[in-house]
Design a protein around this ligand. Structure first.
Ligand SMILES: NC(=O)c1ccc[n+]([C@@H]2O[C@H](COP(=O)([O-])OP(=O)(O)OC[C@H]3O[C@@H](n4cnc5c(N)ncnc54)[C@H](OP(=O)(O)O)[C@@H]3O)[C@@H](O)[C@H]2O)c1
Length: 340
């Protein structure tokens, strides 16, 4: 790509986090970077749409290191994100796990950790021409909890990746900022939101949140993956390196969130102390969910009760300017009708 501007390469370009980074830079009147997005399928509708908006869409696969070398050529900056859930659902990995008598959870965790290593190795091969690496990660729930919560597979694979980068490539890590992605507000619309989402009562005049403390009262770092990741990553590209920042618009408990949504929708909120059911028809998923929520309550979503290395966006020393959760709820007003 011929351009005077430095090149930002965005992984997961067609997804929530990477897509947000691209949308953010595309929305700026004077973009500081030329943009390249990575995808396994440059002919998908999302890829074609991004290409039509000026993003150079390049085929690459996290499982194929040589494809990453090609896709990273000329990069001044890289935003990296991996997708645990794709590995978790992957039929080939499930077959492999069944054949060796392993569970899919640890196999998918190992697979994501290897993808992280492939990405980090390829980024390190660029040497000092790569000025900034932003790595989207999650905390090591198993390690930080001293083994009490060993099944938070989608956290730990990314944490293993981060630890690999820090220990294997100290020079790359001196130019790296880590984004600990917060709890997606988008979860409230998906199946994961079901057990923690308030619902409308029968007469539709009140919101009811059926959730017992301590889960209902534990602050969570809420943020919109699709609209807030871009401004956060832009800030991490400008901030001095060596930081681990939690991606958060506001720390709110699920009770606070229900109150906020109630205000936006003009409904009173009723709280019912009830333990949620996490029956999901998949023992690995149920174990994941139970351990993740246990870890969040006991150690904090990002493990901040024992890990003091993580900073808030306000501590980055550059403006981030994320909208409040209330503003986000207002923007999604139409969609609430479908899920509550
Ligand atoms: N839900 C939450 O609250 C939450 C919070 C923090 C972090 N997370 C983490 O966020 C991650 C997912 O990020 P997201 O929401 O942005 O993902 P997403 O919207 O599901 O999209 C996944 C992206 O990853 C790309 N991808 C998947 N496998 C790939 C491979 N082998 N090679 C190259 N590209 C690949 C896909 O690209 P193509 O399909 O175009 O190839 C797509 O762009 C998960 O690992 C999850 O653990 C979630």
């Amino acid at each position: 790509m011929s351009s005077e501007k430095p090149l930002l390469v965005v992984l997961g370009a067609t997804g929530n986090q990477g897509g947000s980074v691209l949308s953010h830079f595309l929305s700026l009147s004077s973009a500081p970077y030329a943009l390249r997005g990575l995808t396994r399928d440059p002919s998908s509708p999302q890829s074609v749409s991004l290409a039509s908006r000026g993003v150079e869409m390049v085929k690459a696969d996290f499982d194929v290191p040589s494809s990453l070398d090609d896709a990273f050529k000329g990069a001044s900056a890289i935003f990296s994100v991996t997708d645990f859930w794709h590995s978790f659902a992957n039929p080939a990995l499930r077959e492999k796990a069944a054949a060796t008598g392993e569970r899919i959870g640890p196999v998918a965790r190992a697979h994501e950790a290897q993808q992280c290593r492939n990405i980090i190795d390829a980024a390190a091969r660029l040497g000092s021409s790569l000025e900034r690496f932003v790595f989207s990660a999650l905390p090591d729930a198993g390690g930080l909890s001293g083994g009490k919560y060993p099944h938070v597979y989608h956290f730990d694979g990314k944490a293993y990746g981060e630890e690999y980068g820090r220990s294997m490539y100290p020079e790359l890590w001196e130019r790296t900022n880590v984004l600990i992605a917060g709890f997606y507000l988008e979860n409230f619309f998906g199946p994961r939101g079901g057990p923690i989402r308030p619902v409308l009562n029968e007469s539709k005049d009140t919101l009811v949140l059926s959730l017992a403390a301590p889960l209902a009262t534990t602050p969570l770092p809420l943020y919109s993956a699709t609209t807030d990741t871009g401004p956060l990553v832009h800030a991490l590209l400008r901030a001095s390196p060596g930081k681990r920042v939690i991606g958060v618009s506001e720390w709110l408990s699920l009770r606070d969130f229900a109150e906020t949504l109630g205000k936006v929708l003009g409904k009173a909120v009723e709280f019912v102390d009830e333990n949620p059911s996490f029956e999901m028809g998949d023992p690995d998923l149920e174990r994941e969910e139970a351990d993740m929520l246990g870890f969040m309550v006991e150690f904090g979503y990002d493990g901040h009760k024992v890990d003091k290395s993580i900073v808030q966006p306000a501590d980055l020393g550059v403006e981030v300017g994320l909208p409040s959760v209330s503003e986000w709820c207002t923007k999604q007003k139409q969609d609430w009708e479908k899920v509550l």
